[in-house]
Design a protein around this ligand. Structure first.
Ligand code: SF4
Length: 809
């Protein structure tokens, strides 16, 4: 076995390919070094196949939205290679849930040089990355002692369970195991929202009502019934890559009727690549202005669906404007220049803002207005702007104005809906702490909690915070350093140990966040764990129940979160209460049987583990968003105060009147374009003339899989720059560049391409922060350039609103 394990480890990458902190000055940002070329890896895999003797089902459990089953081949307890779902004929409706290049690389994640082996405690300054191996007893004693100290000294609300999505699909481990324990100990400070969808999730309930699923729109299967598909920044080819996910359904739908497709995006994404009918590049942060100008055309040319607006909506014109609204406070007046700003939202007005010619805006509006039905959709990159809440609501005005709602072939303008198979979860109990912070405000809750209220920082469930965050519980997340905005500012806050006193990190690898741990715990990977998972949140119409059985024994001294929490519970005398006498595997089996009582069509657990995932298509009646409302609005009212679609929101008018907003921040009852800080109109453009946006790369999922070296070789990191901007700076494709603003600097190679519009640069998020001795990042890390200033309404992450300058390094 040792020989096999040695072979497996050496078939991965022997050398740490990621530059150690403080040693990177003058080096290339991401050096693949002696990474095996892809061809060599394939040969290695083929040779291994001949020696296989066992196949076990598992899954890729990261935050891409899908959850691809994997068949893990092992010999003598060592992974030889990994296959995807390859059952059946792969016909749409019973399609294989094929894994992408990331899931197929999971062996390289498991046998990775960065893999954490033992519990460790910090011995240097926080963040230096100096650790000492300790026993599990010492680790668990320390954690229990620090939890007790924090609770006794400050209160349970000083313990923060932090966002993390590196291991996304657990139902009985990870976050569930952690929160079950913390609730038994008296609770913790919770967050609401998330880094992916914070702004759209907060904004759209004002239009369409709450109480709906997280991804609310029509399924992408409805595209097949549309005459026209309009996509604002939606990019499933790079974000929803599973063979059982949205991209497969999207392509199947588009191709089934050759649906005309228009994509509006500053970057020509892989979702296009010749598959689109038309690409319309747009300046980042200006989508709402484009929509307003199209509304101007639709209204003036009388292509709006007046009957729909009158029956189903509030605030389009005087007839449906709430009594509390100001005169001419309605949408029509705002668009025609009769509202508070007196500006007609003409195509010429929008052309100057968006960079799209007025003629094109008119043509686009007419096409959308006349297409019946039109499926209009947005991705979530748009809402990651300083005016993201406005933009996400504004885009929804196109289907609303044209009546493309609740019918076959339509979408509400939101992200698409998806089917999630209801798999049971470990009971977590109840958190007695009711006041929650927005997910993005945790650094504020460390150093200025006393200033934070519901009206300044959007606290929910309470009006103030009694305590600052003193203890961070980070399970499988790289948010604490890498994935939160403004890494240099975050480091400054975390480095002051008098503020947050203790950081606990559970991880598989030595990530930038792991380096900031006080106690660092080696978590087992999903390949070493039991679980029954569902299909995720971006799998289109295909639901699934996916078995995970350990393919290999836990490596080194790694343990599951359930086992770790059991050990902590024992130190509080709560072990029996925590486990209820069950091992983790027994919980998995018991919860599965509970599910089968409600879903008797699902096979036995033994059959599931032998035969592989159970698949089930979504019922037809849940695929069209707001279908019931459209058919019968009286008996199926929306969750808005009026029960209708609220173009004018009285709730937002109240927030606008009552909240204390920083200068420049705007909340409005109507969805409208707002010029923001660090837009292309900001005077700061004299110093930093380029707008920098982020995107999701196929080569990793956020920061997960970043340390798989051959993925770095397959999908290289680079900052995208238009040839005109490159030429003006004497930059050629492949040159090492420095990208900087007042918040930080990163080094990354150039990708010079007409696939990005002039004046805009694009850099994939998720690369691991790797500062040199001079403190400058050599890792191509996006978040050294982003800001901790939050958006007005959700107090979310405006990570795509950045001004930068770029030059040769
Ligand atoms: S990253 Fe997503 S699409 Fe790729 S294998 Fe994993 S779950 Fe599937």
């Amino acid at each position: 076995m040792k020989k096999l394990l040695d072979s497996a480890l050496s078939s991965v990458i022997k050398r740490r390919t990621f530059i150690k902190w403080g040693t990177a000055a003058g080096s290339a940002a991401v050096v693949v070094g002696n990474a095996l070329p892809l061809k060599a890896m394939a040969t290695d895999s083929t040779q291994a196949k001949a020696a296989e003797d066992k196949v076990t089902w598992s899954a890729c459990m990261v935050n891409c939205g899908s959850r691809c089953p994997l068949q893990v081949h092992t010999k003598d307890g060592v992974i030889t290679h990994v296959e995807s779902d390859n059952r059946g004929d792969d016909v749409y409706g019973d399609h294989q849930i094929r894994a992408c290049l990331r899931g197929r690389s999971i062996k390289q994640r498991v046998y990775n040089p960065d893999r954490l082996k033992y519990p460790m405690k910090r011995v240097g300054k926080r963040g230096e990355g100096r650790f000492e191996r300790i026993s599990w007893d010492e680790a668990l004693d320390t954690i229990a002692r620090q939890l007790k100290y924090t609770i006794d000294t400050y209160g349970n609300d000083a313990i923060y369970y932090q966002y993390g999505s590196g291991t996304q699909g657990y139902k009985t481990d990870g976050p569930f195991a952690s929160k079950r324990l913390l609730n038994m100990l008296g609770g913790f400070l919770p967050y609401y929202g998330n880094y992916s969808w914070g702004q759209i999730q907060r904004a759209l309930p004002f239009t369409y009502g709450g109480g709906r699923p997280a991804a609310f729109g029509s399924f992408t299967s409805e595209i097949a019934n549309a005459e026209l598909l309009v996509m604002f920044g939606y990019n499933p080819a790079e974000t929803r890559m599973s063979g059982g996910g949205e991209i497969y359904e999207h392509i199947n739908s588009v191709n089934s009727k050759n649906v005309r497709t228009i994509i509006i995006d500053p970057r020509y994404t892989d979702t296009m690549l010749g598959k689109e009918s038309e690409w319309i590049p747009i300046r980042p942060g200006t989508d709402a202005a484009l929509v307003e100008a199209m509304a101007w055309v639709l209204i003036n040319e009388k292509i709006v669906d007046e009957a729909f607006l009158e029956k189903f909506c509030v605030g389009y014109d005087e007839k449906t404007l709430p009594a509390s609204a100001p005169k001419n406070g309605h949408y029509k007046a705002h668009i025609l220049g009769q509202g508070a700003d007196g500006i007609g939202k003409t195509p010429e007005w929008a052309a100057k803002i968006t960079g799209i010619p007025a003629k094109k805006i008119i043509q686009l509006a007419r096409e959308i207005g006349r297409a019946k039905p039109a499926y209009i959709i947005q991705g979530t990159g748009i809402q990651r702007q300083a005016n993201g809440e406005q933009a996400s609501r504004a885009i929804c005005m196109l289907p609303i104005l044209t009546g493309n709602i609740g019918l076959a072939g339509t979408n509400t303008g939101e992200m698409p809906g998806n089917y999630g198979f209801p798999v049971k979860t470990l009971p977590m109990g109840t958190n007695p702490i009711k006041t929650a912070i927005p997910f993005f405000k945790w650094t504020d809750a460390i150093h200025r909690h006393h200033e934070m209220t519901d009206k300044t920082d959007a606290l929910q469930g309470g009006t103030s915070l009694k305590n600052p965050i003193k203890f961070i519980w980070q399970y499988a997340g790289n948010i604490t350093v890498n994935q939160h905005s403004d890494i240099n500012r975050t480091k400054e806050i975390l480095s002051d140990e008098s503020l947050c006193e203790f950081i606990l990190v559970f991880e598989n690898h030595m990530t930038p966040t792991a380096r900031f741990a006080d106690i660092l715990l080696p978590d087992i990977t999903t390949i070493e764990n039991y679980e029954v998972a569902s299909n995720g949140y971006a799998s289109g119409s295909l639901g699934a129940v996916i078995p995970l059985v350990p393919a290999i024994a836990p490596m080194y001294e790694c343990r599951s979160a359930y086992d770790i929490c059991t050990g902590i519970a024992k130190r509080f005398g709560l072990e029996a209460q925590y486990t209820e006498g069950k091992t983790h595997e027994q919980w998995v089996a018991e919860l599965y049987e509970q599910m089968r009582k409600e879903q008797p069509q699902v096979p036995t657990l033994a059959d599931l583990r032998r035969d592989g995932p159970y698949k089930q298509l979504a019922p037809k009646h849940i695929r069209i968003a707001l279908e019931g409302f459209r058919k019968d609005p009286v008996n199926n009212p929306l969750g808005t105060p009026s029960g209708k679609i609220e173009i004018y929101s009285e709730q937002l008018a109240t927030i606008a009147a009552e909240w204390e907003l920083p200068e420049g921040d705007v909340v409005t009852p109507l969805p409208q374009y707002v010029t923001t800080w660090e837009s292309h109109l900001d005077p700061l453009t004299e110093k930093y003339p380029l707008q920098l946006i982020g995107f999701h790369t196929k080569g990793r999922v956020h920061s997960t899989y970043h340390n798989v070296a051959f993925l770095r070789e397959a999908v290289t990191d680079a900052v995208w720059l238009n040839p005109a901007d490159a030429q003006a700076r004497g930059i050629k494709d492949g040159d090492m560049l420095k990208v900087w603003n007042d918040r930080g600097e990163t080094w990354v190679p150039a990708k010079v391409s007409p696939r990005i519009m002039p004046g805009v640069a694009a850099l994939a998020e998720g690369a691991w922060y790797a500062p040199g001795k001079d403190g400058v990042d050599r890792g191509g890390s996006f978040n050294v350039l982003t800001t901790q200033r939050s958006t007005p309404l959700s107090k979310g992450n405006p990570m795509h609103t950045n001004l930068v300058e770029i030059a040769k390094a």
